[in-house]
Each structure stands twice: as structure tokens, then as C-alpha cells.
Unconditional design. Sequence first.
Length: 275
Amino acid sequence: MAKDFDTRPTTAVILARGLGTRMRAASDTTQLEGQAAAAADAGVKGMIDVGRPFLDYLVSALADAGITEVCLVIGPEHDMIREHFASLDLTRVRVRFAVQEKPLGTADAVAAARDAVGERRFLVLNSDNYYPVEALSALLEAPGSALLGFERTALLAESNIPEERIQAFAILDVDEDSHLARIIEKPDHATLAQFGESAPISMNAWLFTPAIFDACDAISPSIRGEYELASAVAHAIDSGETFTVVPVAAGCLDMSRRDDIAAVREHLSHVDVVL
């Protein structure tokens, strides 16, 4: 039986298993205490207090966009996240957990959510980025598989991310039908010059069909020994899956380093959280 993927998705997967290597590194300018220090030291970026834990803002934004079920992919040691959500009175979203036993890469993390997702389309997001509600809503309206493509100028103007960091982000090669042709990871200066300032940037906000799970199973580890989501997407494209690139002229908050915390807190100070 053919699967119906016309229904607007209501499920999101948040990848919260990462090692948080950059967040664990000490900072000369940002000193943390208490729960924030414990979360940063453990690399659990989503639990760092920026008014309340960062993950609360992301889950609330997803609820604003129409998501009703969130699956957090965590490590077996991440009791801090489990205990936090168990302590909340959730009225808009159901929070579930999937365990990625070892940090074997982003594709392996997505594969860990297979049982939680089933045969539905679903969002996949980073746990250390805050995406605009309007962008999430637009992604949920896209057909089939899709991803957000951020405009470079808007990212620079409306995010907390410095230009040198943005220059290292993956850019998207998009065809004339607004479909993804390929992802170019860590583009060098020649590649950036070739594609120009108009090339959309990936902030790892995806809409997938269950076909991504077969792609995750099919790929080999990268040179780093990890199963990379970009490789799984490339495999899916080669296998006939089409990814629509949804343009976004807005910022995206990034909290991958301790020095990001103050700016993220300021940006989110006016945001109401309702879970």
C-alpha cells in the first residue's frame, strides 16, 4: 500500500546525543556556575539555562509551529534531560526519548528514532539551534522530504553567529526546481566564490519521510568513523528521493560554545515558553 505523506507532520526528532566537545571546552570570557556549569561540562547543551533550559525554547517553538510529539535522541547517560521533562506539566506536546547507545554520528542518531517515528514524516533538528517558528511552519508545509536553506545575509544580521563560523557551514547546491542537488560540507574559499553570497546555508533543519532510515542503514562510516546524515541524504537523493529547499530569510540562534550563551539568553529574553 502506498503511504500518504500529504498530511502535515506533527512529530519532531531533536538530536541531543552529541558529545558537545566545543561546549565542554573552557572559555576565557564566560564563567558558569551551578546547573549551567554542570550541563556545559557534560556537553548537554540543551539543558543550559538561558532563562530556562534551552531545549524548552526549542520544544515550545515546535509546539507553536504545530508539532504535538517530540522525540529526544539522547545518550544512556543523559538522565538530566529525562528528569527535567519528567518534572514538567506538559500541555501541548508529548515528549518521548530514543537512546543512541554510542555517539556514532548524526545518521546513527536519526536511525535511533525509527521506532518512535514509525511510518510518518517527521522533522529533525539540532538541539543547540533555535529556529524561527515561521521557518519551522514553512518546513512543515513542504511536500515529501525537505530542508531549510538560510540566506547568508539574514543569518549574519539576525543571528548570534560570527561571520567566520558561518563561512564554515554547509552550503546547498539547489537546482532550478528548488530541489537539493548536493550538500557541500565545509566549503573552501574557492567553492564559496563559485556559489556566491546567494547560496543557501544548511542549519540542519530537515523534514524526512521514513525512506531516510534505509539511507542511514546503507551508508558507510566517514573518515571520522561516524555515520553522517549528509551522507545518508546524498544516498537518498541517488536512490530517487527529492528534497525541496525551503528558503528562509531569517536568523537562527546557535549555542555550541560557552561564549554563545549570553547572546542566546538576550535573544530569547522576550520569548514566552509554553510546553
